[in-house]
Design a protein around this ligand. Structure first.
Ligand code: SF4
Length: 405
């Protein structure tokens, strides 16, 4: 089941210098947002712009440096373009003047490697139309749309919107509900939310609000209480809840009150399953019990805002993992979507944040290097559950197997 658009699809505009990528963005956005110049290599860092795309809604266009850039600085720009690939859901490969060669082939190989859909846009149609043989070759080789376009005289930019809508993975702009498949219409769901000194003044924290909204979207019934009222209320409650979700740090106390016959999970596990690479988290999390002295752990915070989890990523997670393992560990924290440390194989484990500010695809692509190298990956929510001894019961509502701790 899917619901409304909770994140913006990211579209990367790739191509050689001076193929008209920036002009294309301006044509799509119908305004001058990227610097346009006839001097090759005007775009250095990827430039982002939010626009509304018919059928997709709010989206982010990412203008990148030329894939054929030269010189030392050029290589740095190319590296930034390649790193931008990890953040996109769809790519438009811009070519012009019938030029298609090694640079394009290489970038397509990378797109395929990341599983990013793309189409090819032959720009500057007004200057030189697309050669029929090249068009046929591209369609036959890459099995994707090949579009003639003139960013200078854009006849029908909405045609591009239709292609983007067709190729964009649905997961880029819709999400499975957090509790979809677990609850149905009319089901009572109990949410245990401590209001302690760590709770923000006068409001609920985001995962709690998201859970309430999700329960309502599923036409189920949300009942919210503090742990101090749980035992008495649960005793009186009829019918019993189909699911109890608690703050993870209360899990131990709550699990003694909630009978085993009632499924119980934590807000953090619910979020880990909702956003991220849950299957690989399930495989990787048990490695927390195998850490050794001197192991290096990479913590990935996916934004630099740290509005909600500065404290968790920087202090709590390292402390919980160190205390749980009893080992001397070496933590590295990388913020934002900047490049990962070069040798991922140096790390014994990678711990990804909840990723509330980025797309599912961005999380999966960010973890890909570690997953490909066989490094165990997990996320904050799974770490909290594992190190607090609540893992098996907390993941049980989402699967049926037990994992040995
Ligand atoms: S994206 Fe990650 S680091 Fe940023 S606020 Fe969300 S959970 Fe925290």
């Amino acid at each position: 089941m899917t619901k409304g658009k909770e994140t913006k699809p990211h579209i990367g505009i790739l191509g050689r210098r001076n193929s008209g990528k920036s002009s294309l963005i301006n044509a799509m956005a119908r305004q001058e947002i990227a610097i346009v110049s006839n001097t090759p290599g005007t775009t250095t860092d990827p430039v982002k712009k939010s626009i509304e795309i018919p059928g997709l809604g709010p989206s982010v266009l990412i203008d990148t440096a030329g894939i054929d850039d030269t010189g030392e600085l050029g290589q740095k720009r190319i590296a930034k373009t390649h790193s931008a690939l990890k953040t996109i859901d769809l790519a438009i490969l811009v070519i012009s003047e019938n030029q298609f060669g090694d640079d394009e082939i290489k970038i397509i190989e990378e797109l395929n490697d990341f599983g990013i859909p793309f189409f090819i846009l032959h720009n500057k149609q007004d200057f030189q139309p697309l050669n029929k043989e090249l068009a046929e070759y591209l369609i036959a080789t890459y099995h994707t749309d090949v579009v003639e376009f003139s960013a200078r005289y854009p006849a029908d930019p909405d045609r591009l919107a239709l292609i983007m809508k067709k190729l964009m993975p649905v997961t880029a702009y819709t999400f499975n509900t957090m509790l979809g498949g677990l609850i149905k219409q009319g089901d009572p769901v109990l949410l245990v939310t401590p209001i302690d000194t760590e709770a923000p003044e006068g409001r609920m924290i985001l995962p709690q609000v998201q859970a309430i909204r999700d329960i309502l979207d599923n036409h189920a019934v949300a009942i919210v209480l503090k742990e101090s009222e749980l035992e008495v209320f649960l005793g009186m409650m009829q019918p019993k809840p189909v699911l109890v979700i608690t703050d993870s740090q209360m899990f131990g106390r709550v699990s003694k009150i909630v009978p085993e016959s009632i499924p119980l999970t934590g807000f953090s596990i619910m979020l880990a399953r909702y956003k991220g690479d849950f299957d690989n988290y399930l495989k990787g999390t048990p490695h927390l019990s195998k850490l050794k002295d001197g192991d290096k752990i990479l913590i990935l915070e996916s934004c630099t805002h740290h509005v909600t989890c500065d404290d968790i990523g920087r202090y709590k997670i390292p402390r919980w993992v160190s205390e749980f393992s009893g080992k001397k560990l070496d933590f590295t924290i990388v913020s934002g979507l900047s490049d990962l440390p070069h040798d991922i194989k140096d790390y014994a484990m990678v711990i990804q944040c909840g990723g509330c500010m980025i797309t599912n695809r961005q999380i999966i692509n960010r973890l890909k290097a570690a997953v490909d190298a066989g490094i165990p990956v997990t996320n904050y929510g799974m770490v909290i559950a594992w190190t607090h001894g609540i893992y098996n019961r907390a993941i049980a509502p989402f699967l049926n197997s037990e994992v040995k701790m």
